[in-house]
Design a protein. Structure first.
Length: 294
């Protein structure tokens, strides 16, 4: 018998309440967003309260401005994440069902779209208040890791975005017909817990590195270094995990079982890898730029 881990019995809903014939529920995914944003805000506020971390001992903004920026970041995450999923992953479906775009409770958010939304929101805020955009980006990236970590844990609890089949002892038997549809596996199908891989790499490890760089290595004194490290680190981690992640169903065809969004002769890239390459390139550029200007 192949060793595997059973899926933990955790309901996606923390609790639900019936009011006037309608059901309102708090889900782990929503809680992850809320707590992640609050923790990110606290990290950013802690950074701007320490002038010695910044170039010329001058923080990029005041704590009150961090709270103002938070509103635009939340807006960018929600709108960018949803529209990114619509445009990058299922444009045909949503063009045929435009009302479904507003049904956020049905799931479907793109990190890359959310990242683009945050960038656009940050550009608007810094332009409006004449604040250095690169250093603002460093501050925002410093606070993103908690949300990434908690969001991936919520993906695991929701039994979504699981990995490819595996016979490794830490493979997880995810519930559901889709997760158990493994034509080449006899019996129960265990899959890579790719959500946990991403939580550890994109959230815990990358977040720890950024905190260490900012508080111990003076990275905030070099505008672009923290932001570049985040973009390059996330891009590399996501690119690597995509090799173990179950492909998006809309890209899978009989001639393309790996679900590659772009391929030639059986070799290619998933949509997640395609979207990660620009992040990796921009991140490396920012790191080199910050080092040269130090």
């Amino acid at each position: 018998m192949i060793a595997m881990l059973p899926f933990p019995d955790i309901a996606p809903e923390i609790f639900s309440v019936n009011l006037f014939g309608a059901t309102f529920a708090l889900r782990w995914y929503a809680l992850a967003y809320i707590v992640g944003i609050l923790l990110g805000w606290r990290v950013a506020t802690a950074a701007v309260k320490r002038p010695q971390l910044w170039r010329n001992d001058t923080p990029v903004m005041k704590p009150g401005q961090v709270e103002d920026l938070l509103f635009w970041v939340i807006l960018g995450v929600i709108l960018g994440g949803r529209l990114g999923y619509v445009l990058f992953y299922q444009p045909a479906y949503y063009l045929s069902n435009p009302a479904a775009i507003l049904q956020l409770w049905e799931g479907g958010m793109s990190f890359h779209g959310g990242a683009l939304g945050v960038i656009l929101a940050g550009l608007f805020y810094t332009w409006k208040h004449r604040i250095p955009i690169i250093s603002t980006g460093d501050m925002v990236c410093l606070g993103l890791a908690p949300g990434l970590f908690l969001g991936r844990l919520a993906n695991f609890i929701n039994a979504e975005l699981w990995g490819r089949p595996t016979d490794l002892p830490w493979g997880v038997a995810f519930p559901g017909e889709a997760a158990q549809f493994c034509p080449d596996v006899a019996g129960i199908c265990a899959r890579h817990p790719s959500q946990l891989y991403e939580a550890l790499l994109e959230g815990l490890l990358l977040g720890g590195v950024l905190i260490w760089m900012a508080w111990k290595r003076g990275a905030l004194k070099m505008p672009g270094l923290i932001g570049g490290t985040f973009l390059a680190g996330y891009g590399a981690a996501r690119f690597a995990v995509e090799f173990l992640r179950q492909p998006d169903a809309q890209f899978v065809t009989p001639g393309n079982p790996l679900g590659l969004a772009w391929h030639i002769g059986g070799w290619g890239l998933t949509m997640g890898q395609i979207l990660s390459l620009p992040m990796l390139a921009v991140g490396i550029f920012l790191i080199i730029r910050a080092r040269r200007q130090a």
